[in-house]
Design a protein around this ligand. Sequence first.
Ligand code: NAD
Length: 540
Amino acid sequence: MTDQLLGMQTTDTEAPGSQHRPSPAPHVVDPTLPARLARRVRAAGDAPRFDCLTPFTGGVVATLPVSTVADVEQAYDAARVAQARWAARSVADRAKILLRYHDLVLDHQGELLDLIQLESGKARRHAFEEVLDVAGVSRHYARKAPDYLRPRRHLGAIPLLTQSTELHQPRGVVGVVGPWNYPLSMSITDALPALIAGNAVVLRPDEKASLTALRAVELLDQAGLPRDILQVVLGPGRTIGEAVLDRADYVMYTGSTATGRKVAERAASRLVGASLELGGKNAMYVADDASLRHAAESAVRSCFSSAGQLCISIERLILHERIADDFLKHFLTRVRKMTLGAELDWGVDMGSLISQAQLDRVTQHVEDARAKGATVLAGGHARPELGPYFYEPTVLEGITQAMDCRMNETFGPVVSIYRVSSDEEAITLANDTNYGLNASVWSKDTRRGRHIASQLRCGTVNVNEGYIAAWGSNGSPMGGMGESGLGRRHGAEGILKYTESQNISVQHGTPFKVPPGVPEKVWARSMATGMRVMKGFRLS
Ligand code: NAD
């Protein structure tokens, strides 16, 4: 499939004096795929087109149409009509589609991995995390949504005489705007619980994620989702992204904290709910009793997955001083052996950054730290001979508050080392950030690990793992504290946010009416006695 689709050639020749591999020849995408995918975009037949580029070479792999604000309006109109029919179907019926989707995503993983790699430039092993994520989220909500969404009976105002039920009504049409870094995961997983909760969705994936997102949508069509329920528009964030969110009955946004703030303001001004999944400056603490080999191996994945362009990846490594040197021996040996390359295969450890803007940001953070006195323990250079945006996995030490990478998210393959002498110092340092997305704690004593974890101001904390344990635990909520976001994905919160709770209470008899001939004072006293009796029972 790979060669057919992309006409891609790779070579296994090692670059002289390095573990790194050269880039493939420019890709040639089979023109039938983008042409087919373009039909799933709400845009006019003669709409202007934009280039889908591959970071592996910087070359154009396809063109897709750009939607207009009028297209967004039409998408909402069609979605609203379809949503009424969709919401009338049972949750169990909607769930069957997600179970079929689970299988289709796994069956088509080779093709999806090619597209993810091609659009994002990441290594195949990191692209595979996205396939697992989508399958996991689909399965979780297919199995659990009927329970999350079922009507719940509550104790009524007057026991037995008042029957109160909580319903979860769909909000209507949810607007989803996603980032580029996880073209499959971040384009589709937030739409899935919204759909199963009975909403329609208007999806605007990032332009750099469009091919993968459209293929993911096609597979949902194949799984049996009515077409109009999920509308796709493409175009720049500031125009089309904004138009999508400005018409939504609920806003689901993933991106940087700076943009998230503006998105939240716009949603608040319309009194519309919003879930925001934003940036992070995540820390891993390795305590003095940690398994150092395992911690070092996990740190490599946690710092450099998707070349560090992962919101939950680790940018700060906090080491207990008693084990810091031993840990670094394992870690740096492994980092220096990492292979970089543009293969559509499993052979390389890390791929490319996505764009010149990302390369500029990473270079600026490293050069700023270097100029202000930081030591570069590994990496620290771009690798243009591999592709236009490759950058080495980089480890810095001697970071001060004056350096840009101390408090700001780099969102690249750059991690800084900090040494501490106690758990308390590690906790203070890990919490010294405005963000609060993800953290990792390493200790063989899991009670100690849990205790440290509970004191970290982060939405997810992994004990003896970097990020996958929490991310892959789909029944538990995931999201950011502080400036890392609002709301949660996964678990009950990840689906109930797409609903509005409704309280339907049915009254039998007329207990709230003062009976004829009874003085109101007497009636009030008997009500108060009833309240005191109820206090003795754990009923409400
Ligand atoms: P960004 O905020 O610049 O853009 C994100 C998306 O929003 C893009 O598709 C962009 O086109 C669009 N956009 C821009 N302005 C908009 C507007 N006014 N209205 C609507 N949409 C708009 O972020 P980025 O730099 O492209 O992405 C990287 C950031 O995303 C990092 O900070 C990363 O941590 C964060 N991120 C967070 C998560 C998470 O789950 N917490 C996941 C992935 C990425």
